[in-house]
Design a protein around this ligand. Sequence first.
Ligand SMILES: Cc1ncc(COP(=O)(O)O)c(C=O)c1O
Length: 469
Amino acid sequence: MFTQVEAESAISQARAEAEKRLTRQPAQVISQFSRSFALYEEAKRHLPSGASSNVRVYAHDPFPILFKKGLGSRVWDVDDNEYVDLLSSYGSVVLGHSHPAILSAINEQIRNGTMLGTTTELEVEVAKKIESGVPSAELVSFANTGTEATMEAIRIARAFTGRDKILKFEGHYHGHHDYVLFSVESPSVVAGLEQAPSKLPYYPGIPDGISRTVVVAPWNDPVSLERALKRNANDLAAIICEPIMGSAGIIPPKDDYLKSVRELADKYDVLLIFDEVLTGFRIALGGAQEFYGVKPDIACYAKALGGGTPIAAVAGRRDVMGMIGPGKIGYGGTYNGNSMCLAAANVTLDELLKNDGAAFKQMHLIGAQIVEGLRDLMARYHQTGIVQGVGPMFQLYFTEAKKILNYRHTLQSDFEKFRNFRNLMLHRGVYLHPDGTERMMTTAAHDDTDVERVLAAAEDSFREIQKAE
Ligand SMILES: Cc1ncc(COP(=O)(O)O)c(C=O)c1O
């Protein structure tokens, strides 16, 4: 343990190092982002690593850009720089920032209480909307975050089947609870064979014993999946997956792969959980299960559901979800189904449904225009790489590969070059996460002007990269 004096000395050493790195940046960086730098330095004195979620500082070298405002498809940092936002708050602001219908719904609701602590009429109304939009949703239970939703789904599956193990896929992220924090990011030197990945905890603090409850398989490979299922069939409660893998860039399922996963789950008598925290209410109202026509037994939602407010849902088969209740499977949470976030979810669903799903068409169209535009520019400026994704979720990989099909393939990408590309985009008014294993996302608020700005910035950035090569 550090003493106070040692801690202060470590902090000032770290600051000195950051400043040294900073001064190696062009003068433009220092002046353009000076408030971000100063505020981050202060944040580090009060928040571990300067943030309440590691992803907000991870890979942000030499320091993260800190936002102060978001409106529609745009965000502004504390230095007043404006950006086209392709982070989209990690996917939560599906209608864009500060959508007027969401703001007024929240405003109206909070006059009658932010949370009441009983089942409410609004809760039933939102559950009904989810049931009518999501093919597999026969009963719905609310939570607050994606982490809680996947944790609850796993518990339900375990209690329903009476078995302990779950099978997850290498590189898939299901939130921040211990049961799923294995083989999220594994360096290839220790990750074993691609077809039979070693099971590795994401970071320290995850009890070793929990690893015995997790089986890991590679994504997009039905043969390896069946092998893992056969070996563990009698102990497995469920397969959990992101139906479109969004935690190593964007890796869609191969043709009919999700159908194979469904068939294998049935064959080996395990439940199938779709973690639709990223895909739900984004690629279609019914998420990936509607888009690919494959129904899971349980599905988890968060992010887009709340239009930028913390609400999540677990939805699924009546016989499975119906096991929740007093004296049956436990389910709880003080803030579950709070009226403030339900009000936001309610109008988010209405807005998404409006005009025959125009918001989804817009998100897909804008996504496709940016993807096509980036591909053309990469070819024009002789950049070796690919852009892949589904509708409003996509990522650019600097790689020799023609397609990325699983987590291991991403490891062949040049993430350093991606970070450089991202920093060039930042200076040109487009915000992407600097880590190439994140993704770019558009919202229903992104329009043609944003596409033009993104592609103009990308053209300039690729030109600069090509010049330096
Ligand atoms: C697919 C997926 N599942 C679960 C989560 C966890 O959600 P939350 O951050 O709301 O806990 C995330 C978050 O990024 C996610 O992308």
